[in-house]
Design a protein around this ligand. Sequence first.
Ligand SMILES: [Zn+2]
Length: 191
Amino acid sequence: MTLLDDILGFNENFVADKVYESYETSKVPTMKAVMLTCMDTRLLDLSTKALGFKNGDVKVVKNAGATITHPYGSTMKSLLVGIYALGAEEIIIMGHKDCGMGGINVDQVLGTMKERGIKDETISVLEHSGIDLNHFLGGFSDVRENVRANIDMVFNHPLFDQSVPIHGLVIDPHTGEVELIQNGYDKVVSN
Ligand SMILES: [Zn+2]
């Protein structure tokens, strides 16, 4: 049995037993918020349960490190579309302690890529085309600073409506305890 077999087998029963009924909701977030957090396995449920969110309450965007690497990439797009088209009125950016992207070793990642067959030549072609692989694959050293930097990137984005609060949090992946980094209501600019 592969993972995919397990998934498909489970899903058949999930639908047949109508387990989905307890998850039914609409695509508009009840709590009118969009949250960016990390893809860490420990946060799969914890990131929403520890904040009191259930299915349907918030839009959740997840990536490695809860980080916006590019102002016109998919993460920024998700936050903007969440606000302008999908019913969110507030943004939550939540990093976490003990994040795998904290102090990630880019040389090690590149080394593993090479072991898996990515050629040196490919890497130098990318670097010569202006792709900064250190930035692209890099992480951060301080999670609180990273949350603040992400808030600044959204707040100062030319397409962002500064009357939208952006809250910054850091969650403990063991206990679910959150630390407030930025109260977004303090920073909003009225239209
Ligand atoms: Zn993480």
